[in-house]
Structures are given as structure tokens and as C-alpha cells.
Design a protein around this ligand. Structure first.
Ligand SMILES: Cc1ncc(COP(=O)(O)O)c(C=O)c1O
Length: 381
């Protein structure tokens, strides 16, 4: 049997990982500033995370949600404390798309409405409603096309206001990434997020903060939406939540009440996933990784801004993007080939940095040296 070939891949086989480094099968070491697509939050194979999972595995890995799982309550408590959303309610699932799917569905159960507002360049996942709310025709199969999604330009307050004036009574939810990831690291403006909050309040619509990529301290705050100083009704999270162990969730404001059977999952919230997610939060707290994301992110952004060839440096914390002009378009490829540094990309010409939140200053310095070297050699070819 062959694999279903849906991913363009680098011909590299990684066999070992530690902190911000990975090694291939030939023993070559790479600096990982991509984190397997923003997933590695506390660092690869963090010893506390490994220990927590191993110990849990010896006890029980899985039982369904038909019994009480105290680890879920422990996780909810810790997540509430660290995120500052202590009065929210946690529903656990397995992936970012599933989290968004549940959030959109719950919003519709809550207000009985069907319309969803999403934005240009958004990415919310590959499942039916999440992909329908994703602004990329290549990902949307005919069966996913959905008349209920209204796409508006990102950060356009006037368009949003107008849309609510026209459709307000039908709008179930507004879904927005605090910082668009797949779309190319585009930061939602504070005034835009505040406007979403106030319009959702006026029209009884649900504000869904897709924090799958930009959440979990990556921006330097627990949720990047927190920069706006207003609360969303539902936050969705995944990637960094398990540091590579598949676990996701949504947290739900107290005015949205649960009803049996509206949401559900077989695997979501299993013992092993909760142990992994707890380990992540414990390390985030113990090693003050939110502060590190702010500090190391600022260092990187300041340094990148000094490099004249790179354009439009943007992002928050350790979620950084910049445009690569045509003349040095091979920069990402050469960073990997020559400098052994993994970075991310967004089409057509954006490099994305999504490293572990524990990225060390000396690794950030190494990256800056390496990128300058590669830009120089691309210009002298
Ligand atoms: C903002 C955002 N939402 C949702 C998803 C989907 O997450 P998953 O691939 O875990 O389904 C992603 C994945 O990249 C994402 O970046």
C-alpha cells in the first residue's frame, strides 16, 4: 500500500528531538523554528512531559467519557488559572478543526441561528464547517460549500458593522484568529476585536476566538485575543496544548449552558491526553514561557527589522512573519539546506517563525547570524 500523497515534504527523516533541536537519520542536527507547525510549545521531548505521559501510561491510557475522569477537572482548573478564564467551561476534543467545528455548532445551538461571519485569508481546519469558514477554495470540496458563511475583509470595521446591520438577527457567530497563521501572520487589530465583541453583544452573536495556532502563550499572552482586553465567548485551542500529543479543546463562557448529547467525542479528554496537557501547563508556568515568548520574540523582531532585505516584519511573541522579496526567494530552502534551520512558510513569499516557547536567546542569535549569511550569499550569486 502507498501513502495517499497529499503533503509536499522535505526529504528529511527526523529520528530524534530535544528542546529546540531535531536530528535526522544521518546524525545531522537542525534548529527547529517551525515546531512542527506551531505544535511544539514547551520543547521537544521535555523531560517533565515524557515522565508525566510515561507514568500515566503505566496506570491507564484511555477510558471513554462515560465515567468520571478527574484528570479532566485537574486540567480545567489549571487551564482556568493560567489563562485567567476561571469561570469558563472546558470541552475536550482531539484536533484544531474539531475544536472549531464544536465551537461553531455550539454557537448555533446557543442562539438557534445559522450564519457565520469569517474573514479573508482565514484558516479554521479541514472538516466540514471549519473548512467552509476557511478562505481558500482549494481546501473546500463541493460538499463543504455552505451558503451560511459570510466572508468579510480582515480588519475592516466598516464592513463588519454593515454586515451586522443587514444580517444581525441571523448571525450565529463570528470566528477569527487573533493572528492569522496559514494566511501569513496577519495580526487582528485591537479595535477590530473590540468591535467584534460589541457587535456580538448587541446582536446576541457568539464571538469565537480561534486560538489553535496563536493561542497557548505563543503571542506572549495566553490567548492573542487577550491583547484587545475583551473576552471572547468561546476560545478554541489545539497545537501547543499537548506539545505534540494530540489534544484539543474549547473553553466556553458561563452564559452558554451545556446540554447532554449536544457535543461528544470518543477519544477527547482521555487520560493520556490530559496528562500530556497538564504537563505542558506545568512547564509553561514553571519555566515562565509566556515571558520568554515575549522577550525572545521581541529580540527576533527587533533584529529582523534591522535586515533591510526583509519586508513587513510582523506578529507577536514567538509567532513572527516577514515577506521575502523575489530576489532572495530561495531563503527558506537555503536556511534548511545550508544552515540546517527549519522555518515555516505561507504562500506566496512569507517566512513564518513558530518555534518552541522555550527558544533560547543564543538559538535566536544563531538564527539571525544564519539568515544574514544566507541573504548575503543569495545576493552574491
Ligand atoms: C488557526 C487554525 N485553526 C485550525 C487549524 C486546524 O487544526 P488541525 O490541523 O489540528 O485540525 C489550524 C491548523 O493549522 C489553524 O492554524
Amino acid at each position: 500500500m502507498n501513502l495517499f500523497d497529499v503533503y509536499p515534504i522535505n526529504e528529511i527523516t527526523i529520528v530524534k528531538a530535544k528542546g529546540s533541536y531535531v536530528w535526522d537519520d544521518k546524525g545531522e542536527q537542525y534548529l527547529d523554528l517551525y515546531g512542527g507547525h506551531a505544535v511544539i510549545s514547551i520543547g521537544h521531548t521535555h523531560p517533565h512531559w515524557v515522565k508525566r505521559i510515561e507514568e500515566q501510561l503505566e496506570k491507564i491510557a484511555f477510558y471513554s467519557n462515560s465515567i468520571r475522569i478527574p484528570l479532566q477537572q485537574e486540567l480545567a482548573k489549571k487551564l482556568g488559572q493560567i489563562s485567567g478564564k476561571e469561570d469558563y467551561q472546558l470541552f475536550l476534543c482531539n484536533s484544531g478543526a474539531e475544536a472549531n467545528e464544536n465551537a461553531l455548532k455550539l454557537a448555533s445551538f446557543y442562539n438557534g441561528r445559522k450564519k457565520i461571519i469569517a474573514f479573508s485569508k482565514s484558516f479554521h481546519g479541514r472538516t466540514s464547517l471549519a473548512v467552509a469558514a476557511t478562505d481558500n477554495k482549494n481546501y473546500v470540496a463541493p460538499v463543504n460549500e455552505n451558503d451560511n458563511i459570510i466572508f468579510l475583509p480582515f480588519n475592516d470595521e466598516e464592513a463588519l458593522e454593515k454586515c451586522f446591520e443587514q444580517n444581525g438577527k441571523e448571525v450565529s457567530s463570528v470566528i477569527i484568529e487573533g493572528i492569522q497563521g496559514v494566511g501569513g501572520i496577519n495580526v487582528a487589530e485591537i479595535s477590530f476585536l473590540k468591535k467584534i465583541r460589541s457587535l456580538c453583544d448587541t446582536y446576541n452573536a457568539v464571538y469565537i476566538a480561534d486560538s489553535v495556532q496563536c493561542g497557548y502563550c505563543r503571542s506572549g499572552k495566553f490567548f492573542s485575543h487577550d491583547f484587545a482586553g475583551v473576552n471572547a465567548d468561546i476560545y478554541t485551542m489545539a497545537k501547543g496544548m499537548g506539545n505534540g500529543f494530540p489534544v484539543a479543546g474549547i473553553i466556553i463562557a458561563p452564559h452558554i449552558k451545556p446540554k447532554h448529547f449536544q457535543l461528544g467525542t470518543t477519544f477527547g479528554g482521555n487520560h493520556l491526553a490530559c496528562a500530556a496537557a497538564l504537563a505542558v501547563l506545568e512547564v509553561i508556568e514553571e519555566e515562565k514561557l509566556m515571558g520568554n515568548a515575549t522577550m525572545t520574540g521581541k529580540y527576533l523582531k527587533d533584529e529582523l527589522q534591522q535586515i533591510p532585505e526583509l519586508k513587513n516584519i510582523r506578529g507577536r511573541g514567538l509567532m513572527i512573519g516577514f515577506d521575502v522579496p523575489e530576489a532572495i526567494k530561495d531563503l527558506k530552502k537555503n536556511l534548511l539546506l545550508n544552515q540546517k534551520i527549519f522555518t515555516g512558510e505561507a504562500k506566496p513569499n512569507v517566512i513564518r517563525l513558530l518555534p518552541s516557547l522555550a527558544l533560547k536567546k543564543r538559538d535566536a542569535e544563531q538564527f539571525i547570524e544564519s539568515i544574514k549569511e544566507e541573504i548575503h550569499s543569495l545576493q552574491t550569486v
